[in-house]
Design a protein around this ligand. Structure first.
Ligand code: ADP
Length: 624
C-alpha cells in the first residue's frame, strides 16, 4: 500500500500528519492479512492501527471486527470515530432495540466498516448465531484490543477472553491482530497460544514515554506535597492513586473541601456511583479522580496532565500502567510518586492476607522499592526494567536529569555513619529505630535499651528524618544494606556494606537528598533543554484563547453527549491558540482536524478565534 494513500486517510479522518512508531508496520500487517501482536505503551496509538485499515479499499476488505472488553472504552472509541467521519458502530448489551436494529441495517447495506463487539456478544450466549451472521457479512480482520485480558499472567484476566480461540477455527483465512500495552514476554506468549496466531508479526514498541516527567518524593507531609503538585496544574485533569479505600475517601473529601473538583473511585463504592464518578471525570465535570488501582482500564481521557501516587504501587508494572494514563495526547504530563518505606510493608501485609504474597510478588515489590529509592534516570530505570536499553544520556524529564536531587558532599562519610549505626545495633533493628538512633532521638525504644549510649547516637542529629530514611533506602538500593523479610524487617549489612564500613572495597556511590526546595514549584515544562515531543510546549499559545476554546469544546461536547476529548484533544486546542487560523483552509493544517471536523466544527471554532483576537488585538494566521 502506498504510503501517500495511507497518509491521506490519516490526514482526512484524523487530522494527523505523521504515523507514530510501529503504526505503519501494524497497519501493514492488517492490510497483508498477517497475524500480529502489537505491544505499545498506553497512549502509543494502538487503536489507529486497526481503525485505519477499515477505511482502505481493497479487493477483499470485509468488515473490521474489534473485540473490546469494556463498554465505556467501546463507546468512547466509536463516538470519536463517528465524529471524525469513520463508519463505525458497536454492538453490546447497552444498546436499545432501535439502536441495535440500526447497526444491523448498516451492516446489511455495508455502510458500517468497523464493528466493535464485547467478548460476551461474540462467544457468550447466542454467540454462535451472531458469528454465523458475521460470516455472512464477510469479516476482513479481527482486532483483539486489551489482549492481555486473555492471560492469567496479565493484570486484568477475563475468562470469556479465553474462548476467543474459536475465532481462528470459525473464521479461517481471516487474520487476527492482538493489541496490548502489557509488556511481559509471558503474557505475549500466552496471547499467541490462546488465540492460535500463526507466525505473527511481533511489533513491540518502546516503553519509554518521553512526554512524561517522573518525580519521586519521600513522603514528608503528604498533603503539602500533593498541593505543590496541584499548584502546577490548576484546572487541569489528574489522578491521585492511594493504596486503600479509606485513604481514597479521605483524600477526595479533603480536596473537595479545598474547592477542587475531586471525586473518589474504588471497588467499595456501588456500581452506579462508580460509573457516575468515572463519567464526570471523562466528561470534564471533575478534574481530579482519587482512586485505588480499581480505576484503570478504559480511562481514555487523553488530557490527564498529572498522576500522583500518594503511596507506592505494588510493582513497577502497575506504576507504568497507572502513571501511563497521563499525557496520552503526547503533551507533557507529570507523574509524581510520593512514597514511604511503610508502603511496602503495607503491601506485604495486604498480600499476605489475600494469599498473594509469593516469591514473585515479593520480587516485584522490591523492584518497585528500588525504583523509588533509586537515584538514576527514571526513564532509564523503567525502560531497562522492561528489557529495553535506554539510549539517551539524559532524559531531561525526571527529577534526576533535571537536577532536582541534591548531591551529598561527602557520601562516604554519611554512608559510614549509617552503616556503623546498623552494625552497633547488632543488625537487629528496623529502619525506624536505626533512624531514631542516628538522629539522636530519645524514644522509649531507644532509652529502654540504652541505645543513647551508643557511639553512633546522634551522628546525623541535624538531618531531617525523611532524608536519613532516604540514605537508608539508597544504601539498600546500592547493595550495602539489606532488609530481612517478615513482619518486622530488620536492617542488616551486606558483605559489600561490611567492606565499605571497613574502608575497603568499592566506594559508596553518590548519595542524594530529594528534592531541592526551589525545584519543587516549577512547571514541568520549565527549564527543559529540548523541545517536548510533537511540539507540545506552550510557546506562542495564547492562554486566554486556549481557555475560550476549551469552553467552546465543552459546549460542543455537552450538545453531542460525548466527552470533550472526543471533540478535540488539548493538543489541537493549543495549536489553534498558537496559530489562530482565520479561514477554513487554514484549519485543516491544525493537528487533529480532519476534513469532517473542519466542516462540522470549523465555523464555531473560527468564530471563537475571530472574536477573541479582535477583542484582544491579537494577530491571527501567524503560522508561517
Ligand atoms: P493506546 O490505545 O495505545 O493507549 P490510543 O489509540 O488511545 O492509544 O492513542 C492515544 C492518542 O494518540 C489518541 O488521542 C490518538 O488519537 C492519538 N494518536 C494516534 N496516532 C496518532 C498519530 N499518528 N499522530 C498523532 N496522534 C495520534
Amino acid at each position: 500500500m502506498l504510503d501517500s494513500s495511507l497518509r491521506e486517510i490519516l490526514a482526512r479522518y484524523w487530522g494527523y500528519h505523521e504515523f507514530r512508531p510501529l503504526q505503519r508496520d501494524a497497519i501493514d500487517a492488517v492490510l497483508e492479512s498477517r497475524d500480529s501482536v502489537v505491544v505499545l505503551p498506553t497512549g502509543g496509538g494502538k487503536s489507529l492501527c486497526f481503525q485505519l485499515p477499515a477505511l482502505v479499499d481493497r479487493p477483499k476488505s470485509g468488515l473490521g471486527l474489534v473485540v473490546s472488553p469494556l463498554l465505556s472504552l467501546m463507546k468512547d472509541q466509536v463516538d470519536g470515530l463517528v465524529a471524525s467521519g469513520v463508519p463505525a458502530a458497536a454492538l453490546n448489551s447497552s444498546l436499545s432495540a432501535a439502536e441495535r436494529d440500526r447497526v444491523y441495517a448498516d451492516l446489511d447495506t455495508g455502510a458500517c466498516r468497523l464493528l466493535y463487539v464485547s467478548p460476551e456478544r461474540l462467544v457468550g450466549e447466542g454467540g454462535d448465531r451472531f458469528r454465523a451472521r458475521l460470516r455472512e457479512y464477510g469479516v476482513g480482520f479481527v482486532a483483539v484490543d486489551e489482549a492481555h485480558c486473555i492471560s492469567q499472567w496479565g493484570h486484568d484476566f477475563r475468562p470469556e477472553y479465553r474462548q476467543l480461540g474459536l475465532l481462528r477455527e470459525e473464521f479461517p483465512g481471516v487474520s487476527i491482530h492482538a493489541f496490548t500495552a502489557t509488556a511481559t514476554v509471558r503474557v505475549r506468549d500466552d496471547i499467541v497460544r490462546q488465540l492460535g496466531l500463526r507466525e505473527p508479526a511481533m511489533l513491540v514498541g518502546s516503553f519509554d514515554r518521553p512526554n512524561l516527567v517522573y518525580r519521586v518524593l519521600p513522603r514528608t507531609g503528604l498533603k503539602d506535597q500533593v498541593l505543590k503538585v496541584l499548584e502546577r496544574h490548576s484546572d487541569e485533569a489528574g489522578i491521585v492513586y492511594c493504596i486503600s479505600r479509606r485513604e481514597v475517601e479521605a483524600m477526595a473529601a479533603w480536596l473537595d473541601d479545598l474547592g477542587h473538583r475531586a471525586l473518589p473511585y474504588h471497588a467499595g463504592l456501588d456500581d452506579a456511583t462508580r460509573r457516575r464518578n468515572q463519567e464526570a471525570f471523562l466528561e470534564e465535570r471533575a478534574d481530579i479522580m482519587v482512586a485505588t488501582v480499581a480505576f484503570g482500564m478504559g480511562i481514555d481521557r487523553s488530557n490527564i496532565r498529572f498522576v500522583i501516587h500518594a503511596g507506592a504501587p505494588r510493582s513497577l508494572e502497575h506504576y507504568q500502567q497507572e502513571s501511563g494514563r497521563a499525557g496520552r495526547d503526547g503533551l507533557e504530563a507529570e507523574c509524581v510518586l510520593i512514597y514511604s518505606g511503610a508502603d511496602f510493608l503495607k503491601w506485604r501485609r495486604i498480600m499476605e492476607q489475600s494469599g498473594e504474597l509469593t516469591e514473585s510478588s515479593r520480587t516485584l515489590l522490591r523492584d518497585m522499592e528500588r525504583y523509588a529509592a533509586g537515584t538514576r534516570c527514571r526513564h532509564r530505570v523503567i525502560s531497562e526494567y522492561f528489557g529495553q536499553p535506554y539510549p539517551a544520556k539524559s532524559c531531561e524529564a525526571c527529577d534526576w536529569c533535571l537536577h532536582e536531587l541534591e548531591r551529598v558532599d561527602d557520601p562516604l562519610t554519611v554512608a559510614r555513619k549509617v552503616l556503623s549505626a546498623v552494625a552497633r545495633l547488632q543488625q537487629g533493628f528496623g529502619v525506624g529505630h536505626v533512624v531514631s538512633v542516628l538522629r539522636g532521638r530519645t524514644t522509649d525504644a531507644v532509652t529502654t535499651r540504652g541505645h543513647q549510649e551508643l557511639s553512633t547516637f546522634g551522628l546525623l542529629a541535624d538531618v531531617p528524618e525523611a532524608e536519613v530514611r532516604g540514605y537508608v533506602d539508597q544504601l539498600t538500593e546500592q547493595g550495602l544494606l539489606a532488609r530481612t523479610d517478615g513482619p518486622y524487617p530488620v536492617l542488616q549489612l551486606t558483605a559489600a556494606g561490611v567492606r565499605a564500613l571497613k574502608g575497603e572495597g568499592e566506594a559508596v556511590m553518590a548519595l542524594y537528598r530529594q528534592p531541592r526546595p526551589e525545584a519543587r514549584g516549577r512547571r514541568p515544562e520549565a527549564g527543559r533543554g529540548k523541545p517536548r515531543p510533537e511540539g507540545g510546549e506552550w510557546d506562542g499559545v495564547d492562554p486566554g484563547l486556549f481557555e475560550a476554546l476549551r469552553l467552546c469544546r465543552l459546549e460542543i461536547a455537552r450538545e453531542r453527549g460525548v466527552p470533550p476529548y472526543v471533540v478535540f484533544h488539548d493538543k489541537t486546542l493549543r495549536e489553534l491558540a498558537r496559530w489562530r487560523p482565520s479561514t477554513p483552509a487554514a484549519l485543516v493544517d491544525i493537528h487533529g482536524i480532519g476534513a469532517r471536523k473542519a466542516e462540522a466544527l470549523g465555523p464555531a471554532v473560527l468564530e471563537v478565534i475571530g472574536d477573541y483576537c479582535r477583542e484582544h488585538g491579537v494577530e491571527m494566521d501567524v503560522k508561517s
